[in-house]
Write a protein that binds this ligand. Structure first.
Ligand code: FO1
Length: 314
């Protein structure tokens, strides 16, 4: 079975571990969001690609969900001693090696998709990891308070904790970006497409903003997993992103936001089973089940339910 997954960061990476467990023989292609990417100290950092690569490659800091396990922070401390900025984004020594090699390969002229393939040769994630595009796309946040000011998504997310309301969330460069090599083929060739419980705005939404991807996905059988349980994001601050685009923070509202032209099935937690009667989800098959990815078996059960529903809807 060929499965293509549109993935953001931590939630997607954890879901993918469960998916691999639930469907060990499946051929999985992950299309990773690159809108969170940022250049720091002259190095290109790709948080969502790295989180998937490290998680499936068993190098992730599991408690944190991002960055490397068994990290040390000597380089960070030395940079701080120089007063280098920014000081609000924590990169560990092991993680720096990924950004140094990625930046070296990018500088040599390799596209991000080829660089990601090189890095995955070490991590062997057991799925093909493609960036959504080789072209530069960065999510920027226009702040609502005071005079209009725009900051990189990471500054809003990490330094500000997504506190100041976002007046606008813009995937800068998305309109001109082309799907990376293999992305459209991976969608077209898939038996089904899954939306893991990623941030629907800055992760899944950014991938869908790359011209050609939404239309390709809409032509497939798609099942999504709600990132919202009981009116709150399971982790992260998707509620701040949803507020910025005027979507309620509820399982039903996010499903309706994707819409029936895009998703055919929508998994919600038992606490949100009333979503099945929500008029905004008309035309979408809603199933309720325990949706907390508390451990690998629980996550595999969710992935299994998503696969079973997609097969049922094909
Ligand atoms: N998140 C934080 O809250 N604080 C950090 O200092 C931080 C550093 C960081 C470094 C590498 C990386 O791959 C991810 C990192 N993240 C950090 C998480 C990151 O902001 C998120 O993974 C996203 O981009 C949202 O999914």
């Amino acid at each position: 079975m060929r499965i293509t997954v549109l993935a953001g960061g931590v939630g997607a990476a954890r879901f993918l571990r469960g998916l691999k467990h639930a469907a060990p023989d499946a051929e999985i292609t992950v299309i990773g969001n690159t809108g969170d990417d940022i250049t720091l100290y002259g190095l290109r950092v790709c948080p969502d690609l790295d989180t998937v690569m490290y998680t499936l490659g068993r190098g992730i800091n599991t408690q944190q969900g991002w960055g490397r396990a068994a990290e040390t922070f000597s380089v960070r401390a030395e940079l701080a001693a120089y007063g280098a900025s920014p000081e609000w984004f924590t990169l560990g020594d092991r993680d720096f090696a990924t950004h140094i090699l990625r930046s070296q390969l990018l500088a040599s002229g390799l596209p991000l998709s080829a660089v990601t393939e090189v890095l995955c040769r070490r991590w062997r994630p057991g799925a093909r990891l493609l960036p959504m595009s080789d072209d530069p796309v960065e999510t920027h946040i226009t702040l609502a308070d005071g005079e209009p000011r725009t900051v990189h998504f990471q500054e809003w997310w990490v330094r500000m904790g997504a506190e100041p309301a976002a007046a606008a969330i813009t995937a800068v460069g998305a309109a001109r970006a082309r799907p990376a090599p293999g992305v459209l083929d991976a969608i077209d060739a898939a038996d089904l497409v899954l939306f893991p419980p990623s941030n629907p705005v800055v992760s899944i939404g950014t991938i869908l903003a790359v011209p050609g991807i939404a239309a390709a996905v809409a032509a497939k059988t798609v099942v999504g997993v709600s990132p919202i349980i009981g009116g709150a994001p399971v982790r992260g601050m998707a509620d701040a992103c949803l507020a910025a685009i005027g979507v309620d923070t509820s399982a039903a509202a996010v499903g309706a936001h994707y819409g029936r032209d895009l998703v055919d099935g929508w998994l919600v937690d038992d606490t949100d089973k009333s979503a099945a009667d929500d008029p905004g989800l008309a035309g979408i098959e809603v199933r309720a089940l325990p949706l907390y990815m508390r451990d690998l078996p629980a996550t595999a059960a969710i992935a299994r339910a998503a696969l079973d529903l997609a097969v049922e809807l094909r």
